[in-house]
Design a protein around this ligand. Sequence first.
Ligand SMILES: [Mn+2]
Length: 307
Amino acid sequence: MSNVLVFGHLNPDNDAIMSAVVLSQLLNQVNYNGDTYEACCLGPLPAESAKLLAEVGVDEPRLIECVEEGQQVLLTDHNEAGQSVQGLEHAQIVGVVDHHRFGGFTTAGPLHIIALPWGSSCSIVAKLFDVLGQEISDAQAKLLLSAMMTDTLMLKSPTATAIDATIAQRLGEQLGVDPVKFGMEVFLSRPSGSFTPEQMVGNDIKLFEVGGGKLLIGQYETVDKSRALGMIPEIREAMRAYMTEKGADGIVLCLTDIMEEGSQVLLEGETAIAQKGLGIDDVAEGVWMPGVLSRKKQVAAPIMAAE
Ligand SMILES: [Mn+2]
């Protein structure tokens, strides 16, 4: 019997946290493979995740910085080493449950891979309850639905599929809530009014290897972009500092307004590929891109394709 560590990506968002927490519960519930599963996280919890876990009385995942050689791990909501734990190259990856692209993924042994291009990793976890013949408890439904709503921006993101909508509907009925209204409450529980420029940059950011360099792509989601737009010089300074700290060559930051449904895109450093992929120039105050809500589909993917 092994203790498998289950965790989402660095700079965890609500989907990274809830997919690890609820998937661990499910696998423990069915005594999957005779192993135990421990939910972990690779960074501090987003405010909404901490609040939701406290509300349903579930322990916060354990914060880890690195894993020992040979440690069994199960990755949720990511698969790229650059977005994962230190020491991953010497760990044993026993599974991946994800909804992202795969970037140069190799393992020493066979493993479980469940990858579906749905709106959130938690939609996949919800489906796995069906697969393993388990009922979703109300607490689990609440945690899963919260992440489905934050990851798909209340199903408005182009990453949201009809399957996500169906699962959200089902979980909402179980909880007696309207999924979109519930999701908006989760968003509004974020203390966005107090975000510093450093938090806007580092809160939700991922590293990509592209064009022979390292490009950081961050996203700050808000229900009102006006506060962020008044802080552009400070945000750009924080972007340069973050890029230097991480040894990256360039950085892209999307200030995403979920009410106006678009993103103000800022660029710093070496961003020729990003400019080509997005079809924008490096403008001091950033470029407003209407309809751009998904980093994965509308920002990272076209940049990768421009390589
Ligand atoms: Mn996700």
